[in-house]
Design a protein around this ligand. Structure first.
Ligand SMILES: *[C@@H]1O[C@H](CO)[C@@H](O)[C@H](O)[C@H]1NC(C)=O
Length: 511
């Protein structure tokens, strides 16, 4: 059973007339803390375009979309995408219209380092990000940079990508170039976006580039190397740049919530959580460090049964455990939806085929009765968000959390009441967890505008602004949700019933 989030009744004073009489009314309005910051998020490959301009080299998404175009739902690609490489000033104008405190975007590795390495730094690439950062700072919008949001240089992939342990150094070199060039002005750094999707989907399956499909093996090699690369970038920042640059640096994990189907499945649901986001959270945020014990035990046991001489899950040495543990100033959290977990006899048939799901021996699914967005996985279950935030608080000693993505997909259209309802319910669930002590400090909507949604191409739309892909200008038009989000940011309140009275977007001066 999913309990309803408690609604706070907030009594607001609705203005004092010149006659001096005070109108008091009750609303379903909840206040955000004064220090809470709001933003919106994007990623380089999904918006920039300019795929081969000014010296940028090929990355794994260029390669995939050019060689297997119809692996993407609409056979599209990010060659132009939202053309933010040229239209960044319009992007900043939208940030001002919404009244964002911060904007999360990612750097394209192959735009900055076309050889993949720091032997040649592409000045045009550095200039592009300098222009964007400076334009944002002109209007007091804080940049939050993700170093790696899935667009690995193709050359590094050909050398094994995240399955090659040398990537720890390659990534560290790239991170240093970024701190060196942008760290004077950028105070929020995210090393990696969603390691689980990078490794499981890209290396274990075919649902993200590079689609290696080497199940139960490559995704675990990727996981260890990615965690070590993250930690190395963290330590470089911490030791060489933090004192002069004064920023914070962390990692962003994707995390779903998992309900047990019945009481008999409680252990199974807890184990799925350890396999999914605990795989990355436990090494960094737990007191003990290392991969979660349940993963280590299960994968070692399965590997032995299957005839492997050692576990398919790589081990961390004691020094490596220490190196990774604590290597994040905050818990960056991307959250979209919730699943239900069961475990029974039907799952016991796959022992000879190594795979992540066989290793966890549990099956997640979603209820067909849950409302959902255009993305099939995007079921609307706000209580799952509340429980997830509570679990992070309880398991990892209440780390500071930034919600670095949360949002809802449609098939397009400017009147997006379903997206508005999603945002309201999820923000309300987040406030429930904060009322109980969760240290959530900021929230970024995914996304400020429609963009290239990976394997779904342009068929699924996540934007507060609609993008017209037929127009050469990639015209951006605010949806109804943009006006609602703007109102939340302006008032620092969540009003469950606010209706915008305009569809004309303006910039509030003084922001
Ligand atoms: C296992 O559980 C699933 C989900 O509830 C159910 O559909 C299936 O029939 C069960 N199978 C067995 C063998 O119990």
């Amino acid at each position: 059973m999913i309990s309803n989030a408690r609604l706070f009744v907030f009594i607001s004073l609705l203005g004092i007339s010149s006659a001096g009489n005070i109108k008091v009314s009750r609303h379903d309005v909840r206040k955000f803390p004064d220090s809470f910051v709001f933003g919106a998020a994007t990623a380089s490959y999904q918006i920039e375009g300019g795929w081969d301009e000014d010296g940028k080299s090929e990355n794994i998404w260029d390669r995939l979309t050019h060689t297997e175009p119809c692996s993407i739902a609409d056979c599209s690609n990010g060659d132009i995408a939202d053309d933010s490489y040229h239209l960044y000033k319009r992007d900043v104008e939208m940030m001002r219209e919404l009244g964002l405190d911060f904007y999360r975007f990612s750097l394209s590795w192959s735009r900055i380092l076309p050889t993949s390495f720091p032997d040649k730094v592409n000045e045009a690439g550095i200039q592009y990000y300098n222009n964007l950062i400076d334009e944002m700072l002109k209007y007091n919008i804080e940049p939050m940079i993700t170093l790696y949001h899935w667009d690995l240089p193709q050359k590094l992939q050909e050398m094994g990508g995240w399955s090659n342990p040398y990537i720890v150094d390659w990534f560290a070199d790239y991170a240093r170039i970024a701190f060196e060039n942008f760290g004077d002005r950028v105070k929020y750094w995210i090393t990696m976006n969603e390691p689980r999707e990078v490794c499981y989907q890209g290396y274990g399956t075919v649902t993200k580039a590079p689609r290696l499909n080497i199940q139960g093996i490559a995704e675990y090699m990727c996981a260890k190397n990615l965690l070590m690369a993250h930690a190395k970038a963290y330590h470089i920042y911490n030791e060489e740049y933090r004192q002069s640059q004064n920023g914070v640096i962390g990692i962003t994990l994707s995390a779903h919530w998992y309900y047990p189907e019945t009481d008999a499945d409680i252990e199974a649901a807890a184990e799925v959580i350890e396999f999914e986001w605990g795989q990355y959270a436990h090494p960094i945020f737990s007191e003990a460090g290392d991969f979660p014990p349940v993963m280590r035990e299960k994968i070692a046991a399965k590997s032995a049964e299957q005839g492997f001489p050692r576990s398919r899950l790589p081990e961390f040495t004691p020094e490596e455990i220490d190196y990774v543990r604590g290597s994040s100033d905050f818990f960056g959290l991307n959250h979209y939806s919730t699943y239900i977990v069961y475990r029974n006899q039907s799952l016991n048939n796959y022992h000879n085929v190594p795979s992540y799901y066989d290793d966890m021996n549990a099956a997640p699914y979603q209820s067909s009765e849950w409302e959902h967005g255009a993305s099939s996985f995007l079921k609307v279950v706000p209580d799952g968000f509340y429980r997830l935030l509570t679990d992070i608080r309880e398991k990892y000693n209440n780390p500071p959390v930034y919600i670095t993505e949360n949002g809802y997909s449609t098939y397009g259209g400017l009147i997006d009441d379903d997206r508005i309802a999603y945002y309201r319910k999820y923000l309300s669930a987040m406030l429930d967890a904060m009322d109980e002590g969760s240290d959530v400090r900021g929230y970024a909507a995914w996304s400020i505008m429609d963009n290239f949604e990976w394997m779904q191409g342009y068929t699924e739309r996540f934007g507060l602004y609609e993008v017209d892909y037929e127009s050469p200008e990639r015209t951006r038009t605010p949806r109804k949700s943009a006006f609602v989000y703007k109102q939340i940011l302006r008032t620092r309140e969540l009003d469950m019933h606010y209706e915008p009275d305009t569809n004309v977007m303006t910039i509030d001066e003084g922001k």
